[in-house]
Ligand binder design. Sequence first.
Ligand code: TRP
Length: 346
Amino acid sequence: MAETTTRPDLHEEIHEIRRDPGAYRVLTGDRPTGRLHLGHYFGTLRGRVELQDLGVETYVIVADYQVLTDRDVAERLQEHVEDLVLDYLAAGIDPRRSTIFAHSAVPALNQLLLPFLSLVSVAELGRNPTVKDEIAHSRQAAVSGLMFTYPVHQAADILFCKANLVPVGRDQLPHLELTRTVARRFNDRYATVFPEPAALLSAAPVLLGTDGTKMSKSRGNAIALSATADETARLIKGAKTDAERHITYDPDARPEVSSLLLLAALCQDRAPEQVAQEIGAGGSAALKRTVTEAVNDHLAPMRARRIELSHDRAHVRAVLREGNERARAQADATLDEVRKAMNMAY
Ligand code: TRP
């Protein structure tokens, strides 16, 4: 019998995955551009930890080359990479069970880009809506070849380990579609080497930042996972709400209030309507007190772990080195298969 849950972020597929975790291999990851925030956490990070804990083999990629798609230099890259790994470890990614690695450290993964590029047309690359959007918001005067082709590189990220499940946000769906196309065309043209991976979308609605627009690092409206309890309280206190005193969950009519309710609900594993009912006529002040307490309580163990881990940078680097090593062995094996399939095994 299916389990009932009030959790707003749980995807339907979880029941199937729970039945046979060994049938799945997950790859997902992030660009190292700064600390992860609550949107990342409830959007995908928490889900990754759940999959890992169910026994699904999990790869987590630090996409350092992708940082160069829309800027000339990756400033403070080392620091951002270590921050990202710290966020992963603090959130519960366990390096003994999951492989955390940087794609720049895995030469055979990058070599897959060459045959993969031969399988897609320039017109197809030009149609990718996420890339188009990124080009429109780019800080570079000209569009680099990397910007144009990075979705193919992302296909290599996913296919080098033959992942069949990719937990991502909605903006990544065009890249997943391209990955499936590359896998299918490779298999048709040469030999069946790759699975056609499926996207796993979080069911959690998008969290809004403190200004009422989508929570995002670059908008300066995010609450970092690693923020202190006081910083969190201050940020939530300054969050936009509305003038209606009675608190109700109504995402269409009251997006800011509803996003705050959702945030508390996600932290407390319950329905946002229930949180709203409890606050009732308490108004914005009571809402913000509730949300602050929910976030700080939920994140306290993670934050404590992160502070402890941050004192041992050598450990963080060792986690990445070992992950790179494991990813290299996997990529070498896949590239061997690819060479054989392409009659390039000399
Ligand atoms: N493009 C993703 C992002 O911007 C990061 C990423 C790189 C990724 N390679 C990936 C995500 C492979 C999933 C799978 O967030």
